[in-house]
Design a protein around this ligand. Structure first.
Ligand code: NAP
Length: 281
């Protein structure tokens, strides 16, 4: 018996750049669902009204992207992950309530699981670069998975200190000049800054001190292979990139809206990778 028609959307301003329609559209086709996923461009001043009418517009839920993640959090009933990050990117209805979560948390940790199974069994300490919204999600994901000590390096130290104040003693604010010491024998390095993106500055970090079984993750996905990941691969280290995280963070929303847990496959990765690599720089 086919499911009744369901629709979800990604809401942002602007929205043309979003790869979510391609990603969810691939899964809808692959599983032959009677479902739709659309892009909705909504100005900040119209977002609250859009959300209030989400169900009336025929949507069972939504992804939310820049600049609406904070408002989505405030205007919904957030789960623990959304509360920890202070922002929501996925919305769904539950018992008449508009619920929200932040799937960047599990997207990040699932990308590590795929790149280096059991990484969490051998990782007691990590170094995270970046204390913006994505850095907060990364740090929370590491805490959820039991990492006991997270050195959080950020250009603006006060932001790392604010994250430490919310998450407790596992988070240790640090400075860029501390990196050689922190990376010596290190098991996990994550770039959660925007450095390494096309058009942004580059990260220039010497990875030679990391342990031989260390994992390096870069959540930037344009380009797919940042100079940090290229250096890690030259050293033979396991790596996870930002596209891995983007694909894995989409799984939960799809399951919540359409009732089927989708698979992150090589074919899907290649489809999105070709789109990213083919986009004008
Ligand atoms: P954000 O809140 O604006 O934070 C940006 C971060 O980058 C801050 O830590 C900032 O440091 C740092 N930074 C920027 N320019 C810098 C520079 N020149 N030198 C040193 N540090 C610099 O952005 P975000 O939302 O956290 O996103 C960060 C990156 O993650 C972006 O590239 C985004 O595309 C990516 N991302 C990927 C995914 C995924 O699914 N793969 C999901 C979310 C985000 P200050 O605090 O000192 O400004």
């Amino acid at each position: 018996m086919p499911e009744e028609h369901r629709a979800a959307c990604v809401v942002g301003y602007p929205i043309a750049h979003s790869r979510s329609p391609m990603l969810h559209g691939y899964w809808i086709d692959r599983y032959g669902l009677d479902a739709a996923y659309r892009a909705e461009e909504v100005r900040p001043e119209d977002f609250a009204a859009f959300l209030a009418n989400l169900s009336a517009r025929g949507y069972v839920g939504a992804n939310v992207t820049i600049p609406h993640k904070d408002a989505a959090f405030r205007l919904s009933e957030p789960d623990q992950r959304a509360r920890a990050v202070g922002a929501a990117n996925t919305l769904w209805f539950e018992g008449g309530l508009l619920r929200s979560t932040n799937t960047d948390v599990e997207g990040f940790t699932a990308s590590l699981d795929a790149a280096a199974p059991n990484w969490d069994k051998r990782t007691h300490e990590a170094v995270v670069l970046g204390a913006g919204g994505a850095g907060r999600a990364v740090v929370y994901g590491l805490i959820e998975r039991g990492v006991e000590c997270i050195h959080l390096v950020n250009r603006t130290r006060a932001k790392a200190e604010a994250i430490a104040a919310s998450f407790g003693l596992a988070v240790r604010p640090a400075d860029w000049r501390d990196l050689p010491r922190l990376l010596d024998g290190g098991a996990l390095l994550v770039n959660a800054t925007s450095l390494g993106m096309s058009h942004a500055g580059q990260l220039d970090i010497d990875l030679s001190g990391l342990a031989d079984d260390a994992v390096v993750a870069d959540i930037v996905y344009v380009p797919l292979t940042t100079s940090l990941l290229a250096q890690a691969r030259r050293r033979g280290l396991a790596t996870a990139n930002g596209l891995d995280m983007l694909l894995h963070q989409a799984v939960r929303g799809f399951e919540l809206w359409f009732g089927r847990k989708p698979e992150v496959t090589q074919e899907l990765y290649d489809l999105l990778a070709a789109d990213i690599e083919g986009a004008p720089a």
